[in-house]
Design a protein around this ligand. Sequence first.
Ligand code: TYM
Length: 356
Amino acid sequence: MNNTQTENSKQSKNRVLSGIRATGRLHLGNYLGAVKGMLELQKDPNIQTLYMVADIHTITTPYKVEELRDNRRQVVLDYLAAGLDPEKSVIFLQSMVPQHTELSFYFSSVMSIARMQHLPTFKDKVKQYPDYATMALLNYPILMSADILVYKAGLVPVGIDQEPHLEVSREIARKMNELYGLDFPEPQRFATKGEYVPSLKGEGKMSKSVEGSFINLTDDLGTITKRLSSAPTDSGKGTVTRVQNEKGKTVTTYTDQAGSESIGVKSLLEFVELFQGTAKRAEYETLYESTGIRYGDLKKELAAAIFAELKPIQEKRAQLEADPAYVDSVIEAGAARARVIAQETVEQVRTAMGLG
Ligand code: TYM
């Protein structure tokens, strides 16, 4: 065994991998659902964290070549600005480690077409882009499984929407272990408090593809205020109901005086909780059931709280933008480190499958 192999087998239980597609600037959903978890795990010296930009995944839906080239860099800038530290984490672009795509082809031999076609994420994307139901899109979760398992990562900080993909990665790990005697872990999701960040429009989740639903990490106070101002509300008064769901989680519902459920208010108060704390949310709930909430004031305070969290990130980003050589060196060094681990796994798999 050489040194790298020793390092690989020792650390694989404690390895973490995550990634974000290169579709543009990161929004609060990406930040709270994924990046916050990435930052938390990066703090643990017993964990090796690998964080990539999922640029190959970006080509599974329609895209523009020049935009992709630029967006890959924008995500790295957002990562570094938000606090991902190349001294602690391996930061790289997925396409710089070709072992991911190689492994994904081997993995595709143990998954059926029917299983992949039934995934809700696949169906949603086909609905969104009916003319682009490609093989790449069908393979999306298999490539994601390869991203994770090529490092034998056991923990993946991502939002709740990625759970069906992690289920695929566990299935692949089990099958590869059973069929070929390999030792892949079954990856688990590392959840944050913001695992599901709602859309500013009330319905659904915050998403880059829904205009008016998101706030970007690079937005200034004026933009945040403007984006929040169009979030739907109600008369400000009503009743609050709390019920426990089957998972033991409390689900809160707001019903206005006219008797209709205020989904927009629920989203707004979730943002209050995420940026101003549970006590502040409880204060607003008390007002909702008594004198009423003044949404103009609420939104102004919330915008200030969001901006207070984003301001240091934006300042750091401005410094990084001025030093492209540093950013290049981070990505190059990260990819070189990632390739060493990834190559070892690919060789193991090739040998086990009779291709070595
Ligand atoms: P992407 O680019 O769609 O999303 C990036 C991350 O942001 C999280 N996220 C949210 N979390 C909470 N609330 C929201 N409204 C919200 N919107 C987005 C997503 O859950 C995700 O964590 N398939 C991945 C990219 C990927 C990957 C991987 C992730 C490719 N390979 C390997 C982990 C491991 C994705 O959908 O990215």
